[in-house]
Design a binder for this molecule. Structure first.
Ligand code: ATP
Length: 350
């Protein structure tokens, strides 16, 4: 039995994670969920947006399924985490968002985001099958940002050989396992010669160990244009943190939007699965959210823990619901609610 920490999160999070729990349990997968709060509700009820209970649970389970969490915009809002260091001394670290705090504290160094077409889903393209690897621990997201004076702000971008090598190796090994052939490295090394230059060179050097994978590179702005013009020509993408964040939302748009874009954050000894989308406050609590991105994130979790058969069954059920178009949410052109769509998937599993 695999114990999985379930973090409902904010906005549409409780609706989409609740739907996902129902679907996973209906699939017969050997999974047990352990629910803990993080986000605005945790701040209200437990006095902290990321309580120690979250880390205690993940330390036990090594697996988490997470709904989106809301971090307030602007100002100097930071997430403070008190943790014991190796010698048992209490240390406080601070981060710009809950998602970043979790990824850094848990050492989740790569974000994997598959993007593909599903028959029945309205979309501008019909042969997209992309695998995006986003570096998850550094770049402009290290949170080193400050006001120099009232009219000037500064942010620091960090790219290291170690982190780049780690994410690139993960990408190559992952592609090798899946039999995928072509990796495009996205960067801006023509302008950021040191940082993105190091990212590009490190990934290209490592590529020599994987001769069966064709490796090419694109400046990220040109990459965005080509993705919009001929997405079916790309197989896998490797990107530093910030470009990876932006390009994966763009890619989600190529196949029908954020409602179908899952993700996995993977580290050396634990993994956290979450959809690409955010809290969608405009539709929260209205039974309008599409739960499929989170359900597909759970499918990635099931494959990761060796429950591939259950994962395949769920993906098949979901694809049937999409193809039939009877019970799909408004973002996919239907009029079913989150709950009805979830029931339809569960019915297919029975
Ligand atoms: P956050 O600040 O948490 O990122 P956001 O609203 O800025 O929230 P998203 O949550 O990613 O960003 O939402 C962007 C748009 O996509 C919103 O209009 C939202 O309604 C829509 N959206 C996102 N996720 C879903 C979903 N699962 N189902 C339906 N619509 C969604």
């Amino acid at each position: 039995m695999h114990n999985v920490t379930l973090i409902p999160g904010d906005g549409i999070g409780p609706e989409v994670t609740g739907a996902t729990r129902d679907v996973v349990l209906a699939s017969g997968a050997a999974v047990r969920f352990e629910e803990v709060l993080a986000g605005q509700r945790a701040e209200r009820e437990a006095g902290a947006p990321l309580p120690a209970a979250v880390f205690d649970s993940i330390a036990r389970t090594r697996l988490a399924l997470k709904g989106p969490t809301q971090t307030p915009f602007g100002g100097d809002y930071r997430i403070h985490i008190e943790r014991k260091d190796a010698e048992g001394r209490l240390e406080t670290r601070s981060y710009p968002s809950i998602a970043i705090a979790l990824r850094k504290e848990l050492g989740l160094y790569v974000n994997v985001r598959p993007v593909r077409n599903y028959p029945g889903v309205p979309s501008r393209y019909d042969r997209v099958d992309l695998l995006i690897f986003r570096e998850n621990s550094e770049d402009l997201y290290v949170g080193m940002e400050r006001m120099i004076d009232e009219g000037t702000a500064e942010a620091i971008k960090i790219i290291s050989l170690r982190a780049t090598e780690r994410v690139a190796r993960f990408a190559f090994d992952y592609m090798r396992r899946l039999g995928r052939h072509k990796l495009t490295i996205g960067h801006k090394a023509n302008v950021m010669k040191m940082t993105d230059g190091l990212f590009l060179k490190t990934a290209q050097d490592l590529a020599k160990e994987y001769p069966e994978i064709e490796v090419n590179q694109r400046v990220v702005d040109a990459l965005c244009m080509e993705l919009v013009m001929k997405p079916e020509e790309f197989d896998a993408l490797l990107l530093p943190n910030l470009y990876g964040d932006i390009v994966s939302d763009l890619a989600a748009g190529l196949v029908g939007g954020l409602g179908l874009a899952p993700g996995a954050n993977i580290g050396a000894d634990c993994a956290m699965f979450e959809a690409v989308h955010g809290t969608a406050p405009d539709i929260a609590g209205k039974d309008r959210a599409n739960p499929m991105a989170t359900i597909l994130s759970a499918v990635m979790l099931l494959r990761y823990v060796g429950e591939a058969a259950a994962g395949d069954r769920i993906e098949k059920a979901l694809a049937e619901v999409l193809r039939e178009k009877r019970f799909v949410t408004p973002d996919l052109g239907g009029d079913a609610g989150t709950r009805r769509m979830t029931e339809a998937i569960v019915e297919k599993l029975q």
